[in-house]
Design a protein around this ligand. Structure first.
Ligand SMILES: NC(=O)c1ccc[n+]([C@@H]2O[C@H](COP(=O)([O-])OP(=O)(O)OC[C@H]3O[C@@H](n4cnc5c(N)ncnc54)[C@H](OP(=O)(O)O)[C@@H]3O)[C@@H](O)[C@H]2O)c1
Length: 361
């Protein structure tokens, strides 16, 4: 199959650098274009990221010499690629409008930005949980008159360390009433340069603007149903979140307490459900699908960000310390790589599903 020419918007940032690295030699996609702010536009990619390249490996040779475009140049960019991965940081109304312009110009948009997360005709996807929500693209195209374009978004990175294990339990027939989750989120979650080092080293910051609301509410849309071409949220599970920033480079950790609504599964049954969990990306053996999707670690001191964030090439959710909770029913620790599973890698897996389902060509 000929590779689909794609662009990375926000290619110079923390998520963008992961995109260009992860997409190097991807079997479905070829990065032909990089775009960022007017300050980077006109420079070669290597010049634009000089001094802020934060990956462990060098810039891919195929990307280094590309001239960075201004991400607002929609018409120009639409001539060169068929799909864009959007990782722009900016004012939400502007990004909302910009992503609509891309879709109207015939491009698929897979976005990491939160601008369209609550647009009811835009699916918010965790590939293993709600791939079927992608079918509302048909409705997008019908109502907007878009022939090939679409907009799909990723949820916030914070909730990806616990929602997949929760979904596995729901799917296995164990409804949940309430969840309390406390996250310890890596510094790279704030982008580059992120939280000043003097605020974070030797410290924990007990506030991340907007993060608790996203952690509590976005699961409702992801677990929602499709009705009349729109996503209708499922608010059955009440979620209360505390989100903190910790001096870790990558990997968001979540301490999760669950109260079930009906039958309470035994701990061994929960581990069995997690280990057996498999969904569309695994069944279709998509290139970025982790196998297994959920890894249970029996050691009493795992998961840990440094040791577990790269499991499944950064795409697996690693869980451990499952035990009974004296207040709710059970508690556990979850961990995922915030920029791979939580941003660029998760978006690439979403785009692979879009190809498999025929929405991206
Ligand atoms: N970091 C994470 O773990 C994570 C996880 C999930 C979602 N996200 C989301 O992903 C997006 C990118 O995050 P990040 O962490 O990569 O941020 P970042 O490191 O601050 O990068 C921001 C990117 O946006 C570009 N940009 C800024 N202003 C722009 C403008 N006016 N026009 C066009 N491009 C502009 C920057 O280009 P210049 O270099 O030219 O300024 C840069 O490429 C954000 O919406 C964020 O919320 C991040």
């Amino acid at each position: 199959m000929a590779r689909i020419p794609v662009g990375v918007l926000g290619a110079t940032g923390a998520v963008g650098q992961h995109y260009v690295t992860l997409l190097d030699d991807h079997p479905y996609f070829k990065v032909v274009l990089v775009a960022a702010s007017p300050a980077s536009a006109g420079k070669s990619y290597a010049e634009a990221v000089a001094g802020k390249w934060s990956m462990d490996r060098d810039i891919p040779d195929s990307i280094r010499g590309l001239i960075v475009k201004d991400a607002s140049s929609v018409a120009d960019i639409a001539k060169e690629c068929r799909l864009v991965f959007s990782a722009i940081e900016g004012q939400k109304d502007w990004i909302k409008e910009l992503e609509i312009q891309y879709a109207a110009a015939g491009l698929g948009v897979v976005s990491n930005n939160s601008a369209h997360r609550w647009t009811d005709w835009v699916p918010m996807i965790i590939p293993e949980i709600n791939h079927q929500h992608l079918d509302i693209i048909q409705e997008q195209r019908k109502t907007k008159g878009w022939k090939k374009g679409f907009i799909v978004v990723k949820p916030n990175c914070s909730l990806q360390s616990y929602l997949t294990p929760v979904h596995a339990l729901l799917q296995a027939g164990y409804p949940i009433k309430r969840i309390i989750v406390t996250t310890e989120q890596a510094s790279s979650g704030a982008g580059y340069p992120g939280v000043p080092s003097l605020d974070l080293i030797d410290n924990v910051v007990p506030f991340i603007g907007g993060e608790e609301e996203k952690t509590e509410l976005e699961p409702h849309k992801i677990l929602g149903l499709i009705r009349d071409g729109m996503v209708v949220s499922d608010e059955t599970i009440a979620i209360s979140a505390n989100c903190t920033r910790v001096p870790v480079t990558h990997g968001h950790l979540a301490a999760v307490n669950i109260e079930f609504a009906g039958k309470v599964p035994e701990l061994d049954e929960i581990k069995r459900v997690w280990r057996a969990y498999s969904s569309y990306p695994q069944k279709h053996r998509l290139p970025f699908a982790p196998e297994p999707a959920i890894i249970y670690r029996e050691e009493e001191n795992r998961p840990q960000p440094r040791k577990d964030r790269d499991a499944g090439k950064g795409m697996a959710v690693v869980v451990g310390r499952l035990r009974k909770c004296p207040v709710f029913h059970v508690k556990f620790i979850g961990l995922s790589h915030n920029i791979i599973r939580g941003a660029a890698g998760g978006a690439i897996l979403t785009a692979e599903m879009l190809v498999k389902m025929g929405y991206a060509r």
